[in-house]
Design a protein around this ligand. Structure first.
Ligand code: SAH
Length: 503
């Protein structure tokens, strides 16, 4: 059976600019063949069993002929192949050549357009590529062969267009300017150089045709750069938006448990930061699953079930489900929990807690429970290692307490790429949401790595205890949350960014 090859545009970089069609195809591909202008973050949409082949850069670089052969071969083997290309596959992407090879070999294919760099780069630089006030034409051109006197770039034709966007023009800016000026374009025509458009570290330089090459060198730019030539560039002064985000250009490492990381990381990303997620703790199943199963089987015998964390809720309710049972397994047992997050998780899973103390610490919890628990049976599903205050006090009140470990905290698997960037000091700020995250974070690095990191990066903490631990570990703490909450921490970081020099 012959397979199917999808030539899919990945868009410029921002993960949100992949099309829905592209995303769903990634989920059913046997093989994904991608290049270096594609954001690897798109690959999370691929099935875990999908073979991922990088063909873009360095050692793994294949020639166009080899890429064509690879697509044909996989297609003939019956595979569903997603050929993921930066931007749009048919705009200076050689997707046309790949399609020709597939046609020649009789391999069926489809094309999924993507947001091309010219359009995205201009939009994210605050430049409308066309505007009624500035003329009716837009040209796209490759700058690749602009310096070739025998080349096929017709500058006379381009000079008459309102806006021209050059791809692959970084190395040939001098020739592009010369060509356009010689063809009659005003040397003072504004030019935007947009490097890594749509990435959090997008860098835009505004210059003129006459100065473009010198500006490129002065600002130490390097490919990939999209070059926008035309009066529309002047609209950026008014319309610029992406680079005005409060945390644009900041590289922030978020250190939390994986399940807690989402909201904080998302908030920082929405404010324009590049976010590196550095988990400091992970969760694993308990060592004695039989004890959990026994607790589930005997659940109806308890008077109270106490939950002290969202993890405990999930682990225990998962175990109930795995046993083929549902909420009725709780029978007459009353449910109590510490913390609003734990209560919310219980409600999310269809259980309404009977008791939630006002203050969210074990001491307040104990104060809220009845003084006399003589003969009462209490189940405490929790982490393998935890404070004994709760069970000890309940036993002292006469209760018969079963402590059942339903999960375990373990050292996290840290992505080597993220770890490497942190160790090399490629981060501006770290956030700590608990004293323990400081300790767990520091334990992941050698003293030399920590010194490199601390030379560049400052810290923001959720409260005074975390600050104290961070300072003792050698961090310069520049922001502390008031109130000591996640939104408070985000506000404190935004305040720090606004007060300091631009990145
Ligand atoms: N098919 C792609 C273009 C590939 S050619 C598309 O439709 O966008 C490669 C050139 O595209 C680069 O040299 C650069 O000029 C431009 N480019 C691609 N991604 C870019 C990005 N994120 N930022 C700026 N320019 C980019």
């Amino acid at each position: 059976m012959t397979g199917m090859v999808y030539l899919v545009g990945a868009g410029p970089w921002d993960p949100g600019l992949l099309t829905l069609r592209g995303q769903s195809l990634l989920g059913c591909a046997d093989t994904v063949v991608y290049d270096y202008l594609c954001n690897p973050a798109h690959l999370v949409h691929a099935h875990p069993d999908t073979e991922l082949i990088a063909v873009g850069r360095g050692k793994s670089r294949l020639t166009q002929g080899e890429i064509n052969d690879l697509l044909v071969e996989r297609g003939l083997q019956g595979e569903v192949v997603v050929r993921l290309k930066g931007g749009d596959p048919f705009v200076f992407g050689r997707g046309g050549e790949e399609a020709e090879a597939l046609v020649a070999a009789g391999v069926p294919f489809e094309v999924v357009p993507g947001v091309t760099a010219a359009i995205a780069g201009a939009a994210f630089a605050g430049i409308p590529v066309t505007h009624r006030g500035f003329g009716p034409t837009l040209g796209l051109c490759t700058g690749h062969r602009a310096d070739d006197p025998q080349g096929d770039v017709n500058f006379a034709a381009l000079a008459g267009l309102a806006t021209v966007v050059f791809y692959m023009g970084a190395r040939n800016l001098g020739a592009i300017s010369e060509g356009l000026i010689a063809a009659g374009r005003d040397p003072q025509t504004p030019v935007a150089l947009v490097r890594w458009a749509t990435r959090p570290d997008q860098h835009t330089v505004i210059t003129t045709l006459a100065d473009a090459e010198a500006a490129f060198v002065r600002h130490e730019l390097a490919p990939p750069v999209t070059v926008i030539v035309g009066e529309v560039v002047s609209l950026r002064d008014k319309i610029r938006w992406f680079e005005h985000k409060p945390l644009h250009g900041r590289r922030i490492a978020v250190t939390r448990s994986p399940e807690q990381q989402g909201p904080l990381a998302e908030r920082f990303a929405a404010l324009g930061a590049e976010v590196l997620s550095m988990p400091t703790i992970d969760f694993a199943p308990p060592r004695e699953p039989a004890r959990v199963q026994a607790a589930v089987a005997g659940l109806g015998e308890y008077d109270w079930v106490l939950f002290t964390s969202t993890n405990a809720v999930d682990a225990f309710l998962d175990a109930i489900q795995a046993a083929g049972r549902d909420a009725r397994a709780f029978g007459r047992a009353a449910i109590a929990c510490v913390g609003s997050a734990t209560a919310k998780r219980l409600r999310g899973r269809g259980l309404v807690p009977d008791l939630i103390p006002k203050a969210f610490v074990a001491e307040a919890f104990l104060a809220a429970l009845p003084e006399d628990l003589t003969g009462r049976r209490v189940l405490l599903p929790r982490a393998e290692v935890a404070r004994e205050l709760l069970p000890d006090t309940l036993r002292a009140r006469g209760a018969q307490v079963d402590v059942v470990p339903v999960y375990r905290t373990v050292a996290p698997a840290v992505d080597p790429g993220t770890r490497g960037r942190l160790a090399r000091g490629e981060v501006d700020l770290l956030t700590f949401t608990a004293s323990s995250t400081v300790t767990q974070f520091v334990a992941q690095f050698s003293p030399a790595e920590l010194a490199a990191l601390q030379a560049n990066a400052v810290a923001a903490c959720i409260g005074p205890v975390a600050t104290q631990t961070a300072e003792a570990a050698g961090f310069r703490v520049v922001a502390e949350a008031t109130p000591h909450t996640i939104p408070g921490l985000v506000d404190a970081v935004v305040g720090w960014a606004a007060a300091g020099p631009a990145p």
